[in-house]
Design a protein around this ligand. Structure first.
Ligand code: NAD
Ligand code: USQ
Length: 384
């Protein structure tokens, strides 16, 4: 089976491409390498020294004998996208190829517009390509748990059955996202659902939680295969950032009270969830939604866990409650369902002392590469 991994040079995409290749799928990576360019423009860099995509793919081939095809270009360029589809002829497309940072999308008008055009147009182009040329191809699209926001009722997987004025219907779960980035994912979901309905496409929307960790079985095989690990205030995410901050003695940057609860998963589970979705495709015309996370944590509890694990290995870890640069509820109800991937056989890696230990040690190993000026948040959601 041929799987095209769009965004395969990124954090989730690189790990997934190698995992699927190892599992015997014929893998192609499509990426315009724009993430490397955005980092350069921000003056930020991954904690880890990542190699060029060509070098990474070559080393994978040297180590395993497995070939990964490479298509460098932009999915908002329809001519490039359809040419790549024709060359590769995918059975499944895993779509990670978007601008994925909430703070980046909130920098200013230009970055909001860029995020929504890049994400919404890219996804629309993929939908048209599948409809025109490969209508049986299964689209596996990375959405986000942040599409739902923080409603005061349980979050279902994609749909909710509502009784209203004596009538009942099952409808898309209400969306209350918290940034122009998260909104772009909502727009994508609507477009994909519509395409499934009118053209009979098959799609799985994976509403993924915040991913943590860096090593997977495959990326850990060789230093040349090392994955990116972001720690800066724009692209770095909560738990990864906290471990890296702890490693250099920077107080952990909890925004506000830290009562914000989010869903999380280990990157080793990201790659297995994608494999499960590829292996078990949606039906013709089906727009399937899975909530892709394994555990819920408040930010304050994560900080406390990192502090405890850091202290245990001799680091002095302080927690700092910063004024929250985002507009978001800091104390709220949050209870989301996540049974569909478990039903397909996901056996989660829960957050453990040993994972925190390994992430802290990993951060310590590369701490010489950290630019402390990149740590504090610089993007505000508020009107100036
Ligand atoms: P990333 O920034 O590391 O990787 C995204 C990749 O997509 C980059 O290599 C980038 O160059 C590529 N890309 C972006 N726009 C493109 C375009 N127009 N054409 C071709 N390539 C393009 O991001 P990530 O952390 O790996 O996230 C991957 C996906 O998973 C995103 O869609 C994100 O929204 C989703 N997701 C990520 C997380 C997380 O915690 N990292 C959590 C939930 C969902
Ligand atoms: N936060 C802190 N301190 C930090 C960083 C974040 O308190 O140093 C807080 C934020 O205010 C927020 C929460 O932690 O309440 C999560 O923030 P984050 O930056 O870790 O994650 P988020 O912006 O939500 O985005 C990340 C990915 C995005 C993905 C999303 C999944 O960048 O691509 O869609 O996680 S979810 O959060 O489920 O929507």
């Amino acid at each position: 089976m041929k799987v095209l991994v769009i965004g395969g040079d990124g954090y989730c995409g690189w790990a997934t491409a190698l995992h699927l290749s190892k599992k015997g799928y014929e893998v192609g990576i499509l990426d315009n390498l724009s993430r490397r360019h955005w980092d350069l423009k921000l003056g930020a860099d991954t904690l880890t020294p990542i190699n060029s995509i060509q070098k990474r793919i070559q080393r994978w081939k040297d180590l395993t004998g497995k070939v990964i095809d490479l298509f460098i270009g932009d999915i908002t360029d329809y001519a490039f996208l359809s040419k790549s589809f024709h060359e590769f002829e995918p059975d499944s497309v895993v779509h990670f190829g978007e601008q994925r940072s909430a703070p980046y999308s909130m920098i200013d008008r230009e970055h909001s517009v860029f995020t929504q055009v890049n994400n919404v147009v890219g996804t629309l182009n993929i939908l048209y390509c599948i409809k025109e040329y490969f209508p049986d191809c299964h689209l596996i699209k990375l959405g986000t748990m942040g599409e739902y926001g923080t409603p005061n009722i349980d979050i279902e997987e994609g749909y909710i059955t509502i009784e209203h004025n004596g009538r009942t219907d099952t409808l898309p779960y209400p969306k209350q996202p918290g940034s122009f980035y998260h909104l772009s994912k909502v727009h994508d979901s609507h477009n994909i659902q519509f395409a499934c309905k009118i053209w009979g496409l098959r799609a799985t929307d994976l509403n993924q939680g915040v991913v943590y960790g860096v090593l997977t079985e495959e990326t850990g095989m060789d230093e040349v295969l090392i994955n990116r690990l972001d720690y800066d205030g724009v692209f770095g995410t909560a738990l990864n950032r906290f471990c890296i901050q702890a490693a250099i003695g920077h107080p952990l940057t909890v925004y506000g009270t830290g009562g914000q609860t989010r869903s999380f998963l280990d990157i080793r589970d990201t790659v297995r969830c994608i494999e499960l979705a590829v292996k078990n495709p949606a039906d013709v015309g089906q727009f399937r939604v899975f909530n892709q996370f394994t555990e819920l944590f408040s930010i304050k509890d994560l900080a406390l866990m990192v502090q405890k694990a850091g202290n245990a290995i001799g680091l002095n870890v302080e927690i700092n409650n910063l004024e929250n640069p985002r507009v978001e509820a800091e104390e709220h109800y949050f209870n989301a369902k996540n049974t569909k991937l478990l039903d397909l056989g996901l056996n989660p890696h829960y957050l453990s002392d040993s994972l925190l230990d390994s992430l802290l040690n990993f951060a310590t190993k590369y701490k010489g590469r950290i630019d402390k000026k990149q740590i504090l948040p610089t993007v505000s959601w508020r009107r100036k």
